[in-house]
Write a protein that binds this ligand. Sequence first.
Ligand SMILES: *Cc1c(COP(=O)(O)O)cnc(C)c1O
Length: 507
Amino acid sequence: MTELGDASQSILERLRLLREADAATHGGRVLSYVYDSGLPELDELAAEAMRLVQPVNGLDPTAFPSVAALERDVVGFARRMLHGDDDTVGSVTSGGTESCMLAVKTARDVWAAAQVSGDPATQPILALRPRIIAPSTVHAAFHKAAHYFGLDLDLVPVDATGRVDVDDLRTRFGPDVALVVVSAPSYPFGVLDPVAEVASAAARHGIPCHVDACIGGFALAWWGDLPPWDLAVPGVTSISADLHKYGYAPKGASVLLQRDRDRQRQQFFATARWPGYPVVNATLLGSKSAGALAAAWAIVQRLGDEGFANLVASCRRATEQLHTLIDNVVGLQVVGSPTGPLLAVETDTTVPKRMRVDPHHWADRVSELGFTLQLQPGFTQSNALTLPHTTHLTITPVTERMLPQLSDALTRAAADVRGKARANPRFAVQALRMSGALGRELTADKAQALLSRFGVGGKPNGSAGTATPLPAKMAPLIALVEQLPAEFAERLLIEVLARQVEPPATT
Ligand SMILES: *Cc1c(COP(=O)(O)O)cnc(C)c1O
């Protein structure tokens, strides 16, 4: 290895300094986004594997056969784990979003091909937009896929614990439905959707069924005593599972499996109609890193079934203990009966108001005590049934050894905010409505000016370089997001994120 000179050393020093502002990726302090196996050797192994393929271009596995070999192994492992057979094929993608998007793109193209080759009497259907049906707890990646690929997303309301009624899904089936999606489990409340019932009903209508096991796949496979939820279920046509979640790989790796070859070929894009090299891509990117793939491969080799099973057992023990602990905190309760290493926590409204704990004030207080939880806004469904605003916990293997400190923080925080009313920005929202701002298109500068009025934006009037830190307390901000019309809130959120990466003004 080449020794780095002073100039390079000081560049890395600056990077280390920047990294200090980041959320803790290890140690179990952050209960979302990061998945710490608690095994430092796995991280070292992943880093070395990434380094070995650093200069490789994953675009072309014929020029870099190592990329194909790694992908074959990972797909093979996932196929066994998720009960596919010899006709099950797959791809390693850059993450859950890409896997979900490709599942939708595939379904759309399979659907469109069937319209063209079918009975001429059905031709007018081509004038319809294809539709995806899913419980309203389905991951936002499917909103994104529908948006990018021109499908309608038909969201089926769930009950207040996140469960969907199979009949509610079934009654929406029709010739324009290109895909039905269920989750194993869903992100917001950790509900394992009724995969077998939905997949068999869909199969009877000739509708493909995708199981989004992005978060759960590499955990549920070793969880034990579950109803079938993967390719073991007839009628499941594709499934996604993220290597960079409970596969403990660095970010940039997920697997998408398709039940059969002919379906999967619709996932590809190929063109020989330009003057350059023939392009054949199974995934969305062109030139791409093989780093996360190599790291994921190395981790899968190292852990094997037994290694995964041990880590999942630890997640399960920690999840069960936290579930019990939270249900015993007066004023809080776990939403429904989740499956897998996720929990959502809501106010227990069966106790008097002064005993209730608002999950968002609770999360803000827990944060001051050293653990970061994830706030989830309340959500009103198409049938007007509102899903509660909750706080989300993702439990990883490292959580178990942090249980004493974590339990203490969760209990203390609840005591500290018990009886405190939920944040309610209705006056701010009312003022906005009166000013007419809600109806108007927002320019970047107007959006920024509004944000600074809410204490979020930095300097108003579009001065560049206003990468503004978010407020320390998230509860009021999420409450605002809940009460504003969705499109307006989305526009403001875009502004917050866009400003983060604006270079400083030159004048
Ligand atoms: C995380 C997640 C996704 C999206 O995955 P990314 O890796 O964040 O792109 C999709 N579905 C579910 C259920 C998830 O939890």
